[in-house]
Design a protein around this ligand. Structure first.
Ligand code: EPU
Length: 336
């Protein structure tokens, strides 16, 4: 079914809860409805509003907003060792994780409690605790708006990298993701190497899927603010990837600085949260916007903040980090 709204308040459709109005918004349940949707409501300018968990609206929206609502999870093939699953773009990501953990299927348990919908997962290749969506995504199904045709793109053509994919670049504004196909394993494969994960899992009695999910949920809840209580979009900034000489220069001065090997050779990934924290901005506040007091990577709406207030404050954070470390951090959140 297709549902059409006009002049709709979208404050409950974005996790920052900024109060803006969308001139036109349309929800659809099935991929097959997209040709009709574009015929009836199509405009030159449209934007996919999925769960609204990684977006900051800075003004009212003139573009047609399109929200995929297909929430089906379907097993499409099964072998002795693995299961391939088709997941509608409108499935809540964490419901998918719960579904796989209940069925003793391995692969996405470390991605527990990441807010957002399955269709958004490949766009920024969501990741946490040493695992990324690309590790299980095998294909992405989409509708090509220009051509009016459906395409299934194999994962190797999706250009996945750290918080990166073709959907942020060459396919941006051209396709609507309708489903993802993931492969989950029946063979246990615990990945506990990140931060406090191993300790939290051991404290629960060992590396079962249920224990890993529980541990990750508890770590996330302790650091990340609940969007229902405090508007936010998770990590506001990306962790910067810098030349190894830059990291070495900083390490000489700050030997305890967290750093990780980057996917690109000769580069190092730094922790934006640590940089912001060390620059003295953790808990900093301006008007209705603040740097979260338990995780400096997250900006929060203390209540009633506008998108432009958030962005203005975000650039103050960027400037302070730059002044202190000569490193430019950049937003991970989409700004509209
Ligand atoms: N740190 C601080 N102060 C802070 C925050 C972090 O010193 O206020 C230090 C931590 O102690 C740690 C390092 O910085 O040594 C990294 O912090 P953390 O492990 O909390 O993770 P992160 O690198 O800041 C990334 C993802 C998160 C994901 C976590 C866990 C990005 C931009 N963020 O954060 O993803 O949950 O790893 O894997 O890559 C999101 O994308 O919305 C998100 C929450």
């Amino acid at each position: 079914m297709i549902r059409y709204y006009e002049n709709i308040d979208i404050s409950e459709r974005n996790s920052f809860h900024v109060r803006q109005v969308a001139k036109r918004l349309v929800e659809f349940d099935r991929a097959e409805e997209l040709p009709e949707l574009f015929e009836r409501y199509g405009s030159e300018s449209w934007y996919v509003l999925s769960g609204g968990n990684n977006i900051l609206f800075t003004k009212d929206v003139e573009q047609l907003l399109i929200t995929p609502c297909d929430d089906r999870i379907e097993v499409i093939s099964e072998s002795e060792t693995a299961v391939r699953v088709k997941v509608g773009a409108g499935v809540e990501w964490d419901d998918l994780v719960a579904w796989s953990v209940e069925r003793e299927l391995w692969g996405i348990e470390n991605l527990s409690l990441i807010p957002g919908k399955a269709g958004a997962a490949p766009v920024q290749n969501i990741g946490a605790y040493g695992v990324e969506a690309k590790d299980t995504i095998r294909a992405v199904e989409m509708y090509f708006v220009e051509g009016g045709n459906f395409v299934t793109l194999a994962a190797e053509h999706c250009g996945f990298g750290y918080r990166e994919s073709v959907f942020k670049h060459s396919l941006k504004g051209r396709v609507i993701i309708t489903a993802i196909e993931i492969e989950l394993s029946k063979t246990p494969n615990p990945r506990l190497g990140y931060g406090d994960v191993v300790r939290e899992v051991e404290a629960r009695g060992g590396a079962t899927l249920a224990n890993i999910r529980d541990a990750i949920c508890s770590i996330r809840r302790s650091k990340l603010p609940d969007t229902a209580v405090l508007g936010n979009a998770g990590s506001f900034f990306k962790n910067p990837v810098v030349e190894s000489e830059v990291a070495e220069r900083l390490l000489a001065k700050y030997p305890d600085m967290p750093h990780y090997p980057a996917q690109e050779e000769g580069k190092v990934k730094l922790a934006a949260g640590w940089l912001i924290d060390k620059a003295g901005m953790k808990g900093a506040k301006k008007g209705n916007v603040a740097v979260h007091e338990r995780q400096a990577l997250v900006l929060v709406n203390l209540g009633g903040a506008t998108g432009s207030e958030v962005i203005e404050f975000a650039y103050e954070v960027v400037a302070t980090v730059k002044e202190r470390f000569a490193i430019e951090i950049s937003p991970e959140v989409n700004i509209l």
